[in-house]
Design a protein around this ligand. Structure first.
Ligand SMILES: [Zn+2]
Length: 241
């Protein structure tokens, strides 16, 4: 996954290429007319102090993004906090002030990893909930990935017992090679539920990359389909009729 995309702030001039969560094809573009920001009351009070700096200003914003795919055109709402900083020119001299925006919530949620179509609905739902919380709480996001792997195990026929470690050990033989990744996700999820904010956005993104690979290996039929196609061509010793 393109990590910087979800970690960085944006400005009116430079908005990251978020992918549309509806069509997964078009990029989202900021509708500048919808970008509204206000300074918080506490920030206004603080700014009355003579020692206050403009970088301390606290701003709340909301805006709408629109998908550029003309067959889609989905609208995605975004809210978060903003701040002001100085841009420096090529000679390291202060050039101009600019406002940066840090998204904390998107609705509908962005799709942070690819979930194969054949993934069971309850697992899709848990992961989408995780993507929704990612920007405000990486711990809660990682914890939901852990809950989703419990569901993957259930879906793969592993008995429901109150010990995730033992459940992973009981994975069917055909998934033997995936156990290491399941265990890693267990540790990340544990940290997410027991120690508050010790999970960083990078840790949560580690969890996403690991679970993305598990989903691909367990629920994507692409690999099987290509094997069947190759077998067919080999049997015919040429192109399919
Ligand atoms: Zn779209």
């Amino acid at each position: 996954m393109e990590r910087d995309l979800y970690k960085n702030t944006f400005t009116e001039e430079y908005v990251p290429d978020y992918l549309c969560p509806r069509c997964n094809k078009g990029l989202l573009r900021l509708n500048k007319d919808t970008l509204k920001s206000v300074e918080t009351v506490d920030s206004k009070i603080y700014q009355r102090n003579e020692y206050s700096e403009f970088q301390d200003v606290q701003i709340t914003f909301n805006c709408m993004f629109k998908c550029i795919n003309d067959k889609c055109g989905e609208i995605v709402a975004c809210t978060g906090h903003a701040g002001v900083d100085i841009d420096y020119d090529d000679f390291s001299q202060p050039n101009e002030y600019y406002t940066y925006y840090k998204p904390l919530f998107f609705y509908p949620n962005l799709k942070l990893i690819t979930i194969p179509e054949d993934t069971p609905d309850n697992i899709k739902k848990l992961l989408n909930k995780s993507f929704e919380l990612f920007f405000t709480s990486p711990s809660a996001a990682a914890n939901l990935v852990r809950v989703s792997i419990e569901e993957i195990l259930t879906n793969q026929g592993v008995e429901k017992i109150n010990n995730l470690h033992r459940r992973i050990e009981k994975l069917p033989k055909k998934h033997e090679s995936l156990k290491t990744k399941f265990f890693a996700l267990k540790w990340l999820g544990n940290a997410g539920s027991h120690s508050g904010d010790s999970i960083t956005d990078d840790d949560a993104m580690d969890a996403y990359e690991l679970v993305e690979d598990l989903l691909l290996k367990i629920y994507s039929s692409k690999d099987d389909e290509l094997n069947m196609l190759a077998n067919k061509i080999n049997t015919l010793k040429g192109p399919k009729k």
